[in-house]
Design a protein around this ligand. Structure first.
Ligand code: IPE
Ligand code: IPE
Ligand code: MG
Length: 261
């Protein structure tokens, strides 16, 4: 279940291109420790981590992943020192400035989920521009969770559902799994809302308020590799690990896929 993958254990094996996970979500962790190991300030780790985002976006897109959801800033990350938060808020501006042309070249569409209107004006602008500039792209969706928290996500969904009931637009007897999924911030992804694979780097084995509802049947893979050191080889290895899993969705074989009713 919660496997800590061994390095290069399966490196001779090839990926099954017919079983690439459609939605991969990543908790990109370990930037601070990467910098500390090098006696550098934490923000140096975030800067390097941004380069990893570029690499993995291209790798995932070429592999045929349909949605790549990246946890970039949590609703709890505001607790960090002001300087670090302010650097992190500047990163999307730098990232999209550098990278939007390559995203367009790779036909990658940017989406963002979280409380975007709480971000500094410049960050909001960068995010909105990136979404707009890639709106015509029809390939992989690069979905950033920015000022995202899953309990917030669920709370807001509950409020919307209650509002629907109060307004007489929603019959409480008809509320089911799908109603809740549709009201979450991943609702726009439709059938692809739930990650097939969730990766967390840096050796921590916890979810840290990410996609709690959506990972009900995701395969969870953890690696000790710190996010700035994460690369194509490690990503391939995580996909291989995923391909070794037996997804049963509560049934006895893999033909029950996704049917939780
Ligand atoms: C992940 O790296 C990036 C964010 C949470 C924004 P961290 O900054 O959490 O790095 P560590 O966990 O302190 O090493
Ligand atoms: C989770 O990492 C949030 C992101 C990767 C954006 P954290 O480093 O904030 O999580 P904890 O504090 O170790 O649980
Ligand atoms: Mg961390």
């Amino acid at each position: 279940m919660f496997n800590n993958t061994q390095n290069n254990q399966q490196s001779e094996e090839h990926l099954d291109m017919n079983r690439i996970p459609e939605h991969v979500a990543i908790i990109m962790d370990g930037n601070g420790r990467w910098a500390k190991k090098r006696h550098m300030p934490r923000i140096a780790g975030h800067k390097r981590g941004m380069e990893t985002v570029k690499t993995i976006t291209k790798v995932a897109s070429k592999m045929g992943v349909k949605v790549l959801t990246l946890y970039a800033f949590s609703t709890e990350n505001w607790k960090r020192p002001h300087d670090e938060v302010s650097y992190l808020m500047g990163l999307p501006v730098k990232f999209f400035n550098d990278f939007v042309p390559e995203l367009v070249e790779n036909n990658v569409q940017v989406q963002v989920m979280g409380l975007i209107d709480q971000l500094p004006a410049q960050t909001q602008q960068a995010v909105h521009d990136a979404v707009k500039d890639t709106a015509h792209c029809t390939g992989m969706i690069l979905n950033f969770a920015l000022n995202y928290g899953s309990r917030l996500d669920i709370t807001l969904a509950m409020k919307q559902i209650v509002d629907g009931v109060v307004d007489g637009k929603l019959d409480p007897d008809e509320i089911d799994d799908q109603t809740i999924s549709d009201h979450l911030m991943t609702g726009f992804l439709g059938q692809l809302a739930d990650p097939d694979l969730l990766i967390r780097t840096s050796g921590e084995e916890r979810i840290s308020n990410f996609l709690l509802w959506q990972i009900a049947y995701s395969e969870l893979v953890f690696t000790d590799v710190l996010w700035p050191d994460f690369d194509k080889d490690v990503f391939d290895h995580m996909i291989l690990e995923y391909q070794h899993r037996d997804r049963r969705f509560g049934g006895l074989d893999t033909t029950n896929r996704g049917d939780t009713q």
